[in-house]
Design a protein around this ligand. Structure first.
Ligand code: IMP
Ligand code: MG
Length: 188
């Protein structure tokens, strides 16, 4: 696998994002709403890089069923979402690709009547964005390549890698083989 963003670069950038968020949300009722499953590593690191009081909440969104790289229709599971009324909500996802997931999530979360609503992602594939929306916070803009690691998966594999990498054909074939022997994953 070719490493695109190292563990050290991620750590440094997440620290910067935490500082920016701490400044923006000082004195405000912040809820960081992590998008399952891809944001879990970022969520854990970012909230520890943030020095203001905050609540953590989770929502699940998925559009990549199984061992595929093209997104299907967005499905959102809101069963874990707490009361967000009058909270300053920051939706946190792993990557902003076409932007359709974030756009869909924003319209879902608006229904909870938050005081404010913004988005943050680790990665932004700027060349692929096709909606009239930009992430309010992003860690790195990256080229149009399929990446894994630091929460991002292919067929639910590779999330645990501490860096962001571009898998090669052999890596993908390996993950597809495990897809054939288990039931397919479908969880963002
Ligand atoms: P969007 O709706 O096109 O912005 O896609 C966002 C979702 O697609 C993210 O939450 C990821 O789960 C997934 N995704 C997009 N690009 C990648 C990638 O390069 N690797 C792994 N997952 C990706
Ligand atoms: Mg995701």
């Amino acid at each position: 696998m070719r490493i695109l963003i190292s563990e050290c670069e991620i750590r440094q950038r997440v620290t910067e994002l935490g500082a920016a968020i701490s400044e923006e949300y000082a004195g405000k009722p912040l809820t960081v709403l992590g998008v399952l499953t891809g944001s879990v590593i970022l969520l854990a690191d970012l909230i520890r890089a943030t020095s203001v009081p905050l609540r953590v909440a989770l929502i699940q969104a998925s559009s990549y069923p199984g061992a595929r790289m093209e997104a299907g229709p967005l499905s959102v599971d809101r069963s874990l979402v707490p009361d967000l009324n009058q909270r300053d909500v920051l939706i946190l996802d792993d990557i902003f690709d076409t932007g359709r997931t974030m756009l869909g999530l924003i319209s879902v979360v608006q229904e909870y009547r938050p005081r404010s609503l913004r988005s943050a992602v680790l990665l932004w594939k700027t060349a692929r964005t096709c909606v009239d929306l930009r992430p309010d916070y992003f860690g790195f803009s990256i080229p149009d390549e399929f990446v894994v690691g630091y929460g991002l998966d292919f067929n639910d594999e590779f999330r645990h890698l501490p860096y962001i990498a571009v898998p090669d054909e052999a890596d993908l074939a390996e993950a597809r083989r495990s897809a054939a022997s288990c039931s397919p994953g479908n969880n963002g």
